[in-house]
Design a protein around this ligand. Structure first.
Ligand SMILES: [Zn+2]
Length: 127
């Protein structure tokens, strides 16, 4: 089992989880700020170097490889942000993209990808 500590990289945690788990064909478990990766087939161990390269690939794919440091430590991998001016802007952009995809109900926080669905949903608040 490999642990990826995202305590200081929460903004990318969910996307990283999907990417790395898919790449390694591993089973991801989200445990507060950490991603635990176990192999689907219990007899096999997850190759740490593969995990590291998957993380590096992910960071590259979201154009953040210069903004995060990947620190291996035993079976743990820690992801630490490198302070920088561009960093906040990049993370904000990443957050924005996510928001664009979703319409949120102002009454209860219900989220959907479809505006029509939100409109239909909102009706329940006006009964
Ligand atoms: Zn609602």
């Amino acid at each position: 089992m490999i642990t990826i500590d995202c305590k200081n990289a929460l903004a990318i945690r969910d996307k990283l989880l999907v990417y790395v788990a898919d790449k390694l064909e591993a089973l991801p478990i989200l445990k507060s700020e950490k991603i635990l990766l176990t192999s689907i087939d219990d007899s096999q161990n997850i190759d740490k170097s593969l995990a590291l390269s998957a993380i590096a690939e992910f960071l590259k794919s979201v154009n953040l490889s210069e903004n995060f440091q990947v620190i291996p430590k035993g079976d743990d991998i820690k992801i630490e942000p490198l302070e920088g001016k561009e960093m906040k802007e990049k993370l904000a952009k990443l957050g924005e993209k996510k928001k664009e995809l979703f319409f949120e109900c102002t009454h209860c926080g219900f989220m959907t990808q479809y505006e029509v669905e939100l409109r239909t949903h909102k009706l329940i608040h006006y009964i």
